[in-house]
Ligand binder design. Structure first.
Ligand SMILES: [Zn+2]
Length: 174
């Protein structure tokens, strides 16, 4: 058994420590805000040019946000949700990998585990289910959420050490 205390400290460092997951997520969310702000400025200029009054613009934006995010707010909403998905998946990876390393598990070869919803398997990830490669190879052809796949940062796939028994495919309820 690994030292539980040491393991807890190591996981906390990788998540909250300098250069860890939370710092990265903060940066990513700030980037999304900057993109959204620039996009909104452009939209507002366009609406004013089209002759809309400030009151009409205000109402348009209120309706848009009330609809759960329409043309203006939806891209921002989706971007933030994608960052949350990435963060949750990465936190799970950090916890799992830190534990496996501390157990002395062989990490020379890694198996792709597909996680997909019932309705939409990602066509890029699906054929990788159960494939085993070294981390060098995976990093060359694309790890989960690296952007190689059409599911991009919404990808929920995993790389697990090949020596441990994990499912090739997990289908999640929606
Ligand atoms: Zn995927």
């Amino acid at each position: 058994m690994p030292d539980d205390k040491q393991l807890t400290i190591e996981i906390a460092n990788r998540i909250y420590g300098e250069g860890g997951l939370v710092t990265n997520l903060n940066g990513a969310v700030n980037d999304e805000i900057a993109i959204f702000a620039a996009e909104m400025e452009k939209e507002l200029r366009g609406l004013r040019r089209a002759g809309m009054t400030d009151n009409a613009i205000r109402q348009l934006l209120l309706d848009d946000i009330e609809a759960g995010g329409g043309r203006f707010f939806k891209p921002f909403r989706n971007a933030i949700v994608a960052q949350l998905n990435t963060g949750i998946a990465e936190a799970a990876e950090i916890g799992k990998n830190t534990f496996l390393e501390s157990e002395g598990v062989d990490t020379s070869r890694w198996k792709w585990g597909v996680t997909q919803s019932k309705s939409g398997p990602c066509p890029d990830c699906a054929p990788r289910a159960g494939r085993v490669e070294t981390m060098d190879v995976w990093e060359t052809i694309g790890t989960p959420r690296s952007g190689f796949s059409v599911c991009r940062e919404n990808c929920l796939c995993r790389l697990d050490p090949a020596g441990i028994d994990t499912p090739d495919k997990v289908i999640i309820e929606e």
